[in-house]
Design a protein around this ligand. Structure first.
Ligand code: GDP
Length: 461
């Protein structure tokens, strides 16, 4: 349980659905007075007050403000602690118009509720012990998920996969620290001897678990945010055509005149299950044209910054100096050579390309089927299929920083043991590692950190 004592003396309200025209909008009220406030604005057709209703029951009626009916509505009552926030909650569903929704909220606010801050409902859920911090963070991730894996990972986190994993390490370390402290502090008691080999093994196991977890972070990030991808190649090789094939629309200007793709056009596209953050660039070539030069500079920079480089070559022409310049730009990132226009007679020396690129794909950007091989290759190379998103992954920079800190202290304790330092010193490091893990799961957390975590939420969640 976290150490912040929570007492909500306010009842909060907000629009829980997006503020746009739709079928239904929901105004959520949470806090000690939520049912009382809802009874001031809602009149059930049955005449039964909400205060006389059980939890998980719905009433049909209308919302009134200053005795004037605003809209027909369904009020759902949730009674503490069996609600999202752990408090009494009423949700008023009304017609999904922006004006109507705002009027209902206004009625609720003028009858005693205060406007909820961003993430305040989930923050209350966390502070009331309904969710762990990592689960609360998963709520944001779930809302922001743009693809299957990101959603799976968020869902697993919401189900507590990461929390359970960390909790296990935390508990193991607490047992070790407890045993060590007892052994050191009460030598006269009959406490089992601390076997250094066993201690070392246990610390290594904990360390490995954190290490494995940290490895999942980059993959999680790829799922969530996509892979920074750049398409490079001399003019006219088919970069824009490839980009359009990936995007599925005519975003880039495709022409037969070399050098027409001047700007970098950014696009987020799904390639199978992978999200690519794609930048189409002007071809790499030395030129006097200042506009083109600008594009070339950026292209070179992007190639260094990107995590995935798609270097395009034209199968219907021999390799040129410009192609070779690109080949020299290949770095340790995932670079894939795309030999394009294979529908035309092939005059390109593919063997020379293979000397620079580990991965070469022959394709025609004019043929949509070509894309499948690219999808498989990227998935394989980034080992995306090997990642079990349901196993609990670190989801954000905050969690990663805590895990790194835990790992550093664990390493420190392992080293202290190896160098024959006192068991006291080993215990101190283990306790620091436990602290970092407690911070990760929200078991030990400051008010400032809680505020910072929940500031990423939207109002109404
Ligand atoms: P960029 O300058 O590298 O962006 O090249 P574009 O995408 O503008 O393509 C240049 C020309 O090559 C256009 O006329 C395209 O239609 C053509 N092109 C692109 N890919 C292929 C392909 O796979 N086969 C053939 N035959 N033509 C292609």
């Amino acid at each position: 349980m976290n150490e912040i004592t929570f007492q909500s003396d306010t009842t909060i309200a907000a629009i829980a659905t997006p503020l746009s025209v739709g079928g239904i909008s929901i105004i959520r009220i949470s806090g000690e007075d939520s049912i009382k406030i809802a009874d001031r604005v809602f009149r059930a057709q049955s005449g039964v007050l909400l205060k006389d209703k059980k939890g998980y029951t719905a009433s049909y009626g209308a919302v009134f403000h200053n005795n004037k009916e605003i809209d027909t509505s369904v009020a759902v009552v949730y009674r503490a602690p069996k609600s999202y926030t752990g408090e009494d909650v009423v949700e008023l569903s009304c017609h999904g118009g922006i004006y109507v929704t705002r009027e209902v909220l206004r009625a609720v606010l003028e009858n005693g509720a205060v406007m909820a801050q961003a993430g305040e409902f989930t923050k209350r859920a966390f502070l009331n012990g309904k969710l762990s911090l990592t689960q609360a963070e998963a709520v944001v991730d779930m809302i922001n998920s743009q693809n299957k894996q990101a959603l799976n990972a968020a869902k697993a986190q919401l189900d507590g996969a990461l929390f359970q994993k960390i909790k296990k390490v935390q508990q193991d370390l607490l047992n070790i620290a407890g045993h060590l402290a007892a052994w050191v502090d009460y030598p006269e008691e009959d406490i089992p001897v601390v076997e250094e080999d066993n201690l070392n093994n246990s610390l290594q196991v904990a360390n490995n678990t954190i290490h494995e977890l940290l490895k999942t972070y980059d993959t999680g990030k790829i799922f969530k945010e996509g892979i920074e991808t750049v398409i490079v190649g001399k003019p006219n090789v088919g970069k824009s055509t490839l980009m359009n094939l990936l995007v599925g629309s005519q975003k880039s200007i495709v022409t037969d005149i070399a050098g027409t793709t001047r700007d970098i056009i950014e696009e987020t596209v799904m390639l199978g299950d992978i999200m690519l953050k794609l930048a189409d660039t002007a071809g790499i070539r030395e030129t006097d044209d200042t506009v083109e030069q600008f594009g070339v500079e950026i292209a070179k920079k992007r190639m260094d910054q990107a995590n995935l480089v798609l270097a395009v070559f034209d199968a219907s022409e021999p390799l040129t100096q410009e192609d070779r310049e690109i080949m020299l730009g290949v770095n340790e990132k995932l670079c894939i050579a795309i030999v394009n226009k294979t529908d035309l007679p092939n005059v390109l020396d593919i063997e020379e390309i293979k000397q620079y690129f580990k991965h070469v794909i022959l394709m025609s950007a004019k043929n949509a089927d070509s894309i499948h091989e690219l999808d498989t290759m990227i998935t394989d190379e980034l080992h995306l299929n090997e990642v079990d998103t349901s196993a609990g992954m670190l989801a954000n920079e905050r969690q990663r920083e805590c895990a790194i800190r835990a790992q550093q202290y664990l390493q420190e304790s392992i080293d202290a043991l190896a160098y024959g330092m006192t068991l006291d010193a080993v215990t101190v490091s283990i306790e620091m590692a436990i602290d970092a893990l407690l911070e990760l799961t929200g078991g030990r957390i400051t008010t400032a950190l809680v505020d910072q975590v929940f500031s990423h939420f939207c109002v109404g969640k």
